[in-house]
Design a protein around this ligand. Structure first.
Ligand SMILES: NC(=O)c1ccc[n+]([C@@H]2O[C@H](COP(=O)([O-])OP(=O)(O)OC[C@H]3O[C@@H](n4cnc5c(N)ncnc54)[C@H](OP(=O)(O)O)[C@@H]3O)[C@@H](O)[C@H]2O)c1
Length: 252
């Protein structure tokens, strides 16, 4: 598929309002697909984004859902089933601060797994349950290739999503291609504050300076490299079950 063929396609992007999700949405919008922009807390940001993407396709719209709330997810899926989704980008994710092995807690673990694994799988299941062509891109994390005890359940959730990407690539072939992107240090970590609103820990320059030492290529991350990954996955019809690390070699 060429990006110019996106014109007649319907694309669902979860967590689209800010950061990497926003960059992907703005990039894809110029090819005029119908974009369904999922968001959770970022009302203001998504309405600003919608005004940009609607310049290219008036049918694009935003849709709110808290992926940790099973009832909301059920309603969300009902609405999504009314669409014929061609491309699903599972980008939304939670990255709680107090997710350490010492503080292991089953209710937080369930929440992280629900948002980061179960909802992406439910979306794949419901967007592509009939045999027709489609593309899924799951967002993983390059750091899962090494073993750290901070963000413990988050890491386990991303390992699961990576594994699921490969299983589903076989399961959904030949109709649907299922791939993933594993970002490295692209943007400063976003943590949820007490109102569940995303805040970045460091400003970008501080973050890039801090991460440079551990990146073999000695250049810092940027959402631009993720966009290049998205383009590659969309355009390469022979690619499935592949999770591409985009991390400057940091986790080799
Ligand atoms: N940034 C990096 O350098 C990096 C590194 C490794 C992996 N990744 C992965 O790449 C993807 C994008 O990264 P990012 O840093 O841009 O992501 P992010 O800012 O951490 O999260 C993306 C979006 O997820 C949504 N979200 C959070 N909690 C939710 C909930 N309960 N229900 C529904 N949506 C919820 C938020 O939407 P609202 O804003 O609308 O609330 C948020 O904007 C993520 O999957 C992340 O794990 C990123």
């Amino acid at each position: 598929m060429k990006l110019n063929d996106l014109k007649d396609k319907v694309i669902l992007i979860t967590g689209s309002a800010k950061r990497i999700g926003r960059e992907i949405s703005v990039f894809l919008s110029q090819y005029s697909p119908k974009l369904i922009l999922h968001y959770y807390k970022s009302h203001k940001e998504v309405s600003e984004l919608l005004s940009i993407v609607k310049q290219y396709n008036q049918n694009s719209y935003s849709i709110q859902c808290d992926f940790s709330d099973k009832n909301q997810v059920e309603q969300f899926i009902k609405k999504i089933r009314e669409e014929k989704i061609d491309i699903l980008i599972n980008n939304a994710s939670i990255f709680p601060k107090h997710d350490k092995w010492e503080l292991f807690d089953s209710s937080l673990a369930n929440q992280i797994f629900y948002v980061n694994v179960i909802v992406p799988l439910l979306l794949i299941k419901n967007c592509f349950d009939a045999p027709r062509s489609g593309i899924v891109i799951n967002f993983i994390d390059a750091s899962i290739e090494k073993y750290f005890s901070d963000h413990f359940v988050y890491r386990l959730s991303k390992v699961s999503l990576k594994h699921a990407t490969k299983i589903l690539a076989k399961e959904l072939a030949p109709y649907v291609r299922v791939n993933g992107i594993s970002p490295g240090a692209i943007l400063p970590p976003a943590q949820l504050n007490k109102d569940n609103i995303i805040e970045e820990d460091l400003n970008k320059n501080e973050f890039y300076q801090k991460t440079l030492n551990s990146i073999p290529l000695k250049i810092h991350g940027d959402p631009f490299y993720i966009i290049q990954g998205i383009q590659f996955i969309l355009e390469n019809d022979f690619l499935t079950g592949c999770v591409i690390p985009i991390d400057g070699g940091e986790f080799l």
